[in-house]
Design a protein around this ligand. Structure first.
Ligand code: GTP
Length: 430
């Protein structure tokens, strides 16, 4: 097997127009920087990518304005991992394919043999080294690899569905969110591309420009917008030597973070892999320490009363204060939040700098048939309702919200900066 010459990785981070289902949490934190299991969403991608042999640099591509938060994140992570990370900003959202194509010169600078592309809103155990081995084992030449996993028939309808040749794993047919069942193998949003992918995207760009020219009503459309899914679908329908694509199957966990509620499940996933990758990040029982059940992350600067009970699947952010007798389970409490004595918080996200009064109960509901069952792969433990759609009723308390003492907040979403005055159930508080 040949050694890989040089490799790059691209993380597609979207822009302000994306991530709408992630509100209200994306209202004052860029979605790609939303912390899951104690670290920004894309930190997990970078942590996985930096371990690839021959990795030269990581490019973040999106249409967010460069911000202090993004700049600081990049500086800190570059310093921590001693790897080059750059943010490339699109002038407008160009779609996943259009964004890659727009920055093709930057991606191909230095002549990488292949490059990884990862959607920022996937949460997985990123089997990048295994995927690269698989990619190389297909032999030399122009081809690409897509990470796939198994979904149920119902779940598959919400994803890009892959039909493959069972012996060679070559993708024969690809349909994004089909109306009727196509295949239970779905696209995980992680790819290895050889540079020839740009020929395929260029063809798709030509097609979309032609379509716009024919459609006299679409003068507003940017002709440079192309979805990677459309390019992949086209590649598999045409006999094109640039378009040979294989699927590498993973049985490791995989889920997406589209809605705020899905972050609770992603948190659970990432905490579970810390056992293998970063056991030091998981809180331990000890004298004068809170009672810990299962997987819990507590930031070093958080102050947790030793009489509190946390877990399973809890993340406590930096500068958080947790009072006496507090109970927290299946929850993320973000930076600077204060939780008063004896509060009880279940299946919830508490936004940054929110204040929760004493003896208050905040609760969401998860369709979680068996919370103790370990995850194997796709999130089958509750992030989906029976029709396969993401549907956890997580309670979300926006940033700087004040929740008084002795109230109950159930299955509700509270927008930032609100001062609540009573109990609420099944409400969106604007
Ligand atoms: P949806 O269910 O419609 O969200 O489908 P999807 O999961 O295929 O999502 P989509 O293709 O829209 O986005 C996949 C990833 O690419 C996400 O992480 C987005 O943030 C990112 N993304 C989407 N559109 C753009 C874009 O125009 N530019 C960049 N740079 N990233 C994008």
């Amino acid at each position: 097997m040949t050694n890989t010459r040089m490799v790059k990785a691209v993380v597609l981070i979207g822009g302000p127009q994306k991530g709408t289902r992630f509100r209200p949490l994306s209202m004052d934190i860029l979605k790609p920087l939303f912390p899951v299991a104690g670290f920004p969403m894309i930190y997990h991608h970078i942590d996985a990518a930096r371990k690839i042999k021959g990795l030269r640099e990581i490019l973040l591509i999106g249409s967010y304005q460069q911000s202090d938060a993004l700049h600081r994140f990049i500086m800190e992570v570059q310093h921590e991992f001693r790897i080059l990370i750059r943010y490339l900003q699109e002038y407008a959202p160009l779609g996943t394919g259009g964004a890659l194509y727009h920055f093709r010169d930057q991606i191909l600078a230095g002549n990488p043999e292949v490059f990884f592309v990862m959607n920022c809103d996937v949460c997985c155990d990123f089997p990048l080294a295994e995927m690269l081995e698989f990619h190389k084992s297909r032999g030399p030449g122009v081809h690409h690899t897509i990470l796939g996993t198994n979904a149920t028939r119902q779940q598959s309808l919400n994803y890009g569905c892959i039909v493959e040749d069972s012996e060679t794993h070559r993708v024969r047919h690809y349909v994004e969110k089909p109306e009727t069942f196509v295949s239970t193998t779905i696209n995980c949003g992680v790819y290895i591309f050889s540079p020839d992918i740009f020929n395929c995207i260029a063809k798709q760009l030509e097609n979309s420009k032609e379509a716009i020219n024919f459609d006299l009503t679409s003068t507003e459309q940017n002709p440079n917008i192309v979805k990677l899914d459309d390019a992949i679908a086209k590649m598999t329908t045409e006999k094109d030597s640039n378009g040979i694509i294989h699927v590498y199957h993973t049985i490791k966990f995989w889920s997406q973070i589209k809605s705020a509620g899905a972050a609770v499940f992603a948190n659970r996933h990432y905490l579970s892999i810390y056992h293998r990758t970063h056991p030091e990040r998981l809180a331990k029982l000890g004298p004068n320490q809170p009672n810990i059940i299962g997987d819990v992350f507590i930031h070093a600067t958080a102050r947790v009363d030793p009489t509190a009970t946390l877990g399973p699947n809890v993340t406590i952010g930096s500068g958080v204060t947790i009072g006496a007798g507090v109970r927290v389970r299946e929850t993320l409490i973000l930076d600077g939040a204060i939780v008063g004595d004896h509060a009880c918080i279940l299946y919830t996200i508490i936004g940054p700098r929110a204040t929760i009064g004493q003896w208050t109960r905040i609760e969401g509901t998860a369709n979680d048939p068996n919370p103790n069952k370990p995850f194997a792969k796709l999130d089958v433990c509750g992030a989906f309702s029976n029709d396969g759609r993401l549907q956890p009723s997580i309670t979300v308390i926006g940033s700087s919200v004040f929740v008084p003492s002795e109230v109950v907040i159930l299955n509700s979403i509270v927008l930032p900066n609100k001062e609540l005055r009573g109990s609420f159930k099944n409400q969106i508080i604007l």
